[in-house]
Design a protein around this ligand. Sequence first.
Ligand SMILES: [Mn+2]
Length: 318
Amino acid sequence: MKFSSRINSFRSRPDLYQSQNTMTTCDLINRMGQVEGLTHIELNYPEHFINQDKQAIKKCIEDNNLKMGGIALRYNKEFIDGEFTNPNETIREKAIQITLDAVDMCRFLGGNTVTLWFGYDGYDYCFQQDYFCAYELLVDALRRVTLPNPDMQFSFEYKPYEPRTFSFIGDCAATLLLIEKVGSPNLGVTLDFCHMIMKKENPAFSLFLTSMQKRLVGFHLNDGYGYCDDGLMLGSVHLMQTLEYIYYAKRVNFSGLIYFDTFPTREDPVAECTQNIRMYQKISRFIDQIGMDNIADIIRHQDAIKVQKLLMTLIGDK
Ligand SMILES: [Mn+2]
């Protein structure tokens, strides 16, 4: 299994590491290198490359025996009225150019995935967005970044809201429909567990939908109470939904990157990330012990009592 985590999490609790207040990208990667079981690094563009030496970053990833997973786009406040749907042509072109620059950086570092999250493409008020116009702009921009880069996998990470009241594309089905409209073979979906919970989707069902459409690329795993993007540890709130999610990941032979998108603020980030990896492995082993066929049998019976017995076995009942 390929595990990665949110690099900015490793800025937290500098007191535990006697490190300086301002940490370079390499300092953060070195800290991530201490996590047992972590295999891949994902960096934000341009955030993690500002005033940083890309050669040094490449070497640092290798020195920590990590591999480059990919790059995630982080558009700054300049794009507050939208990235790919920005009505201002100059700003929209800039967003497209930053994305293309991120593709080059990803290729330079040996990565193969560029994750797109458009936090500002959306609206807060009625009559604030022309849906027809914005959709056309979004489809056009996605074609312009994906089609000239067939060696790169692009992945659309949807989120229902935050920072906008409504994201333009905020759920699983809308994302899949958008991808069909764009028509690029190298555009898929990143499923973020908290985002799905915020949208009241059942995460395992969204996994099924994206897999059925052959568009499943990556996981962002975490947990939360459903109102905000809480970024809590895996399985801490929605244990059964996490179990069902990992069962379906096995069922579709998911082999992509499992990225923990959590926000430890009081926890030691190295210990927190290690715990997430252990939890995933524990649940995965539990499913293997029960057996895929036995779980399929429980599903076939549509028997909620049998499901509760499965939960009791998970918490230690013999
Ligand atoms: Mn995420």
